[in-house]
Design a protein around this ligand. Structure first.
Ligand code: ADP
Ligand code: MG
Length: 140
């Protein structure tokens, strides 16, 4: 199996409720290594650019406003099959459909305020990591 890296974001609903450590424990317990991490407050323009792929969706405005509302923690997770593994640990987008034990089942408030973002494929992982981190910040 390939060692991959994926981009994760702990969203404002979770940083606000002081859940960063509990969420990071879920990643580490699943064998994912946090190889880069920083807490930042996105501007609406930055959040809009990050989620540009969703700009035609009806929830885009609400999503951008939410992601820029309070600080987020952006991080790079590394491990075997990290992209798919992280999606498993996150659970379904809508917490009502998420499996027991997943981050979204345990912590998400709603389909919008769902505690975490994770890249969905190798190409998006590469782009999303480069959006937030320089090579110098990725120490492995
Ligand atoms: P995921 O984060 O699971 O990859 P998507 O890429 O489809 O899900 O959507 C991006 C984000 O947009 C979601 O994580 C969620 O915060 C928000 N979102 C998705 N669907 C809805 C919806 N129906 N209503 C409000 N917000 C939504
Ligand atoms: Mg997505």
């Amino acid at each position: 199996m390939a060692i991959e890296r994926t981009l994760s974001i702990i969203k404002p609903d979770a940083t606000r409720r002081n859940l960063t450590g509990k969420i990071n424990a879920k990643f580490e317990d699943a064998g994912l290594r946090i190889v880069a991490q920083k807490r930042i407050h996105l501007s609406p323009a930055q959040a809009g650019q990050f989620y540009a792929v969703h700009k035609e969706r009806p929830f885009y405005g609400e999503l951008v406003e939410f992601m820029a509302s309070e600080p987020v923690v952006v991080q790079v997770l590394e491990g075997e099959n990290a992209i798919a593994k992280n999606r498993e640990v996150m659970g379904a987008t809508n917490p009502a459909n998420a499996d027991a034990g997943t981050i979204r089942k345990e912590f998400a408030l709603s389909v919008g305020e769902n505690s975490v973002h994770g890249s969905d494929a190798a190409e998006t992982a590469k782009e999303e990591i480069a959006f937030f981190f320089s090579g110098l910040e990725l120490v492995g």
